[in-house]
Design a protein around this ligand. Structure first.
Ligand SMILES: Cc1cc2nc3c(=O)[nH]c(=O)nc-3n(C[C@H](O)[C@H](O)[C@H](O)COP(=O)(O)O)c2cc1C
Length: 394
């Protein structure tokens, strides 16, 4: 693993190991991938001004998040189908996050169930991301299972009212349900390490991998021709629904995919404990503003009422520091842990997380800070080069 020195090294390794359909499902954006490019540009445009000669000989990345101390201001973001990247991938990610001392957010659309993940990672801080199903009683049953797994933090995804337009998935024949084509069968066959180590292992044990949380009566292999109506994602979700979910959930409640101060205030009004300022990694809508441009205004509007988190586009420790300096209290990583997982399983995910934590530590030292929180409260040190961002910050 010593040759994998940065996130892009891991990404290139993942590209070689995973079938193209799966790699692109993780890696790419949507439509013309403008949002994805702008994510990178928005982070590259930010500079952080250092304080010289501050005389610190140590840095402490420990962060208080919803009453828990975590080792660094990071969370492993929910990513659907992580269990296709590596056998039992979600449990591996949960253990990797636990090794790094940070939470792991399980997706509704994980391959492995919350119960198996909890069994596989007893000490992990587990969060759960909810996509609401059309049949609300099934959603309620799922939430009972989640709560029973010592999973206190619920994340409602608010930015996915429809299936996004990802043309590359159609070209690659990557779809759920999976439909075999010459192209995707050749794709799998030419990636033998993945074919044997992931798909082969599932087929030899539990069978074709599925969306693990789907109730057993609706749970088909991913090759099944249709997903039953009851477990279709509820695309008509509104703030009243989210308020009801908030009221019925005993633990911490987060709304993910907020980009305006008005929506952030709605989240605070319904009693959410946190929001994630996010463009879903540039995967959903191609004309969105960047989290970097929205964060200062949102954090000013609601920072005193709830915890502001951010994600999308992080590839370096310095990107994490940039989001913190714009007002985020912690930052989620989506693709990075998946690339680590693809490259070397659990060890790769641990290596990736430790690498980002080292990068944060080094950059923090150069900036003259001894902890990440003090960087956040020194927001004026952030320099946003784009005029749009400068306007927002005035
Ligand atoms: C392969 C993949 C699957 C994802 N699945 C989900 C999901 O099931 N639920 C969700 O709320 N977000 C999902 N996301 C979005 C992530 O939670 C996160 O917002 C995004 O990946 C952050 O951007 P980054 O990948 O550049 O770090 C997914 C992202 C990826 C890359």
């Amino acid at each position: 693993m010593s040759v994998l020195l940065n996130a892009d090294d891991f990404r290139q390794r993942a590209r070689r190991i995973l079938p193209r359909g799966l790699f692109e499902y993780i890696d790419r954006g949507t439509e013309d991938e403008t949002a994805l490019r702008k994510l990178r540009e928005s982070l590259d445009a930010i500079t952080l001004r250092p304080s010289a000669l501050t005389g610190h000989d140590w840095r402490d990345l420990k962060t208080q998040l919803f009453g828990t101390t975590i080792a660094a201001p990071l969370i492993v973001a929910p990513t659907a189908l992580a269990g296709l990247v590596s056998y039992d991938g979600e449990a591996k990610l949960a253990r990797a996050a636990a090794t790094a001392g940070i939470p792991f957010c399980v997706s509704t659309q994980s391959v492995t169930t919350i119960e198996s993940i909890r069994r596989g990672a007893p000490g992990a801080i587990l969060w759960f991301q909810l996509y609401v199903w059309r049949d609300r009683s099934l959603t309620e049953q799922l939430l009972k299972r989640v709560a029973a797994c010592d999973c206190d933090c619920l994340v409602i995804t608010a930015d996915t009212p429809l299936s996004p337009n990802r043309e590359y998935n159609r070209r690659n024949g990557f779809s759920i349900p999976f439909s075999p084509t010459v192209r995707n069968i050749v794709d799998m066959a030419t990636h033998p390490r993945w074919l044997l180590g992931v798909m082969g292992r599932y087929l030899a044990t539990e069978g074709m991998p599925t969306y693990g949380h789907y109730p057993s009566e609706f749970r088909g292999a991913i090759t099944r021709p249709s997903v039953a109506d009851a477990v279709r994602l509820e695309h008509r979700l509104n703030w009243d629904d989210v308020r009801r979910l908030r009221d019925s959930w005993q633990g911490t409640f987060i709304v993910k995919g907020i980009l305006t101060a008005e929506d952030a205030e709605m989240a605070a009004d319904i009693g959410a404990d946190g929001i994630v300022v996010s463009t879903h990694g540039g995967r959903n809508l191609d004309c969105l503003p960047t989290p970097a441009s929205c964060l200062p205004k949102i954090s000013r509007a609601v920072g005193a009422r709830l915890t502001v988190l951010a994600d999308s586009g992080v590839r370096r420790g310095t990107d994490v520091l940039k989001y913190l300096s714009l007002g985020a209290e912690s930052v989620q990583l989506g693709r990075l842990p998946l690339w680590g997982l693809a490259a070397h399983g659990e060890k790769g995910a641990v290596a990736m997380l430790q690498m980002i934590i080292r990068e944060i530590d080094t950059a923090l030292g150069f900036l003259g800070f001894c902890n990440a929180g003090s960087l956040r409260t020194a927001q004026p040190l952030t320099d946003c080069c784009s005029s749009a961002e400068r306007q927002l910050r005035q």
